[in-house]
Design a protein around this ligand. Structure first.
Ligand SMILES: Cc1cc2nc3c(=O)[nH]c(=O)nc-3n(C[C@H](O)[C@H](O)[C@H](O)COP(=O)(O)OP(=O)(O)OC[C@H]3O[C@@H](n4cnc5c(N)ncnc54)[C@H](O)[C@@H]3O)c2cc1C
Length: 361
């Protein structure tokens, strides 16, 4: 059994974990980051086709209210562009009929990133020493020791892949997922466990589609690409085109509960026929179609995330605690942020807080 020692262990390679790693790298601190999936980014996921990246996780940031993201976009020299919203909207009623409606301009303005949201991840990785990063390292147990903690990677009941001894830990993942999938020894308090399980992971129960076209036919007919539907399966549709020269895209969220999304093929057909009903032909014949069901992702969603979430929760550190075990374990992850929890901005502020607090203990 391989046992490694590290000063600081970051668990999770989503935006919060990578940003914590970036901050620690700038401070020349020694750390290791463990990511369960075979890729970095967590809920940030963009699929590439002919150098265009379709965002299947987050697409937007809001420069007017997301100062940390805005700063990071500038530091990483990424290029932002405003969400296309010019033209009429479309509205589909319960009976399937569709009407044109006044276009809705998002306030504050939504922005996207050229190169997809994943470019934030790939650019952050440029600043993090490769030797500190481990993919395919799912943490299954965190055990407090007299100084620091012992972290096991693998499957508790089957095979432990390796172990890490760390002085400090930054737990950079949704608190609900951590409480549901990691064994903490000694037990976390009942109050803290309930608070973690009760903290819904933002968008974890969602599914998203992306359809790419060579021609922005909806724009040519005066439509912005924005549509809302009472009928479904899509609840909302938005323009998801490249900032210049195509490809052009329609993207949006599926408005039926995860439990009813069992038949991907039938669902894809229903989605394509709905966008055709909304925008006419050739909406049902995209060059490429992506479907991403986050509720089926074991490193994002738990059984508690399967029912639809209608409102954005008011997020805080779990049970008001930013750290436990005398400062050995620090919570990060967007759902532990006091402001903009659940969003990319919250991922950055939670990471910044955890890194700052490491030196307080
Ligand atoms: C469909 C969708 C649309 C969204 N749209 C927007 C948007 O437009 N704007 C916005 O601001 N936000 C949006 N969000 C939310 C945004 O994606 C999140 O706030 C942000 O990505 C959270 O980052 P995080 O690092 O906190 O968590 P995550 O991205 O969930 O990262 C946690 C990481 O931990 C890893 N992990 C899990 N378990 C283990 C384990 N046991 N061991 C090791 N690693 C583990 C995971 O694989 C993952 O990489 C959206 C999310 C989704 C799903």
């Amino acid at each position: 059994m391989v046992m490694e020692e590290t000063e600081i262990l970051i668990i999770g390679g989503g935006l919060s974990g990578l940003y914590a790693a970036y901050l620690l790298s700038r401070q020349k601190k020694s750390f290791t980051l463990l990511e369960a999936r075979p890729r970095f980014g967590g809920r940030i996921l963009s699929k590439e086709h002919n150098s265009y990246f379709s965002d299947l996780g987050p697409s937007w940031y809001w420069p007017e209210i997301n100062p940390k993201i805005l700063q990071l976009v500038q530091t990483l020299r990424l290029e932002g562009f405003q969400q296309f919203e010019n033209g009429l909207g479309r509205f589909q009623y319960f009976d399937g009929s569709v009407a044109s409606v006044r276009g809705y301009t998002t306030v504050p303005a939504s922005w996207r990133i050229s190169g997809g949201m994943i470019s934030m991840v790939t650019q952050l990785l440029e600043y993090i020493p490769e030797k500190a990063l481990r993919l395919r390292h799912p943490v299954c147990e965190i055990r407090k020791e007299s100084s620091g903690a012992l972290v096991s990677v693998g499957e508790l009941e089957k095979e432990i892949q390796c172990r890490f001894k760390a002085r400090k830990i930054i737990l950079a993942m949704p608190p609900r997922l951590a409480a549901a999938t990691i064994l903490f020894t000694p037990d976390l308090s009942f109050h803290l466990t309930q608070a973690m399980l009760g903290t819904a992971t933002w968008m974890a129960g969602q599914a998203k589609f992306y359809a790419l076209y060579n021609d922005p036919f909806w724009r040519r007919h005066g439509f912005s690409g924005q549509a809302f539907s009472q009928k479904g399966p899509l609840g909302e549709i938005h323009d998801g085109s490249a900032d210049k020269n195509g490809p052009y895209g329609l993207t949006g969220f599926i408005n039926i509960p995860a439990a009813q999304r069992n038949h991907e093929e039938a669902l894809t057909e229903a989605i394509l026929s709905q966008i055709e009903a909304v925008y006419g032909k050739p909406a049902d014949q995209p060059v490429l179609f992506y479907y991403q069901d986050w509720a089926r992702e074991p490193y994002t969603a738990t059984q508690f995330d399967q029912p639809p979430m209608r409102e954005h929760p008011d997020y805080h550190p779990p049970a008001g605690q930013t750290a436990i075990w005398d400062g050995v374990l620090h919570f990060a992850g967007s759902e532990t942020a006091d402001q903009y929890g659940g969003y990319l901005e919250g991922a950055l502020s939670s990471a910044q807080r955890a890194v700052m607090n490491l030196s307080k203990y």
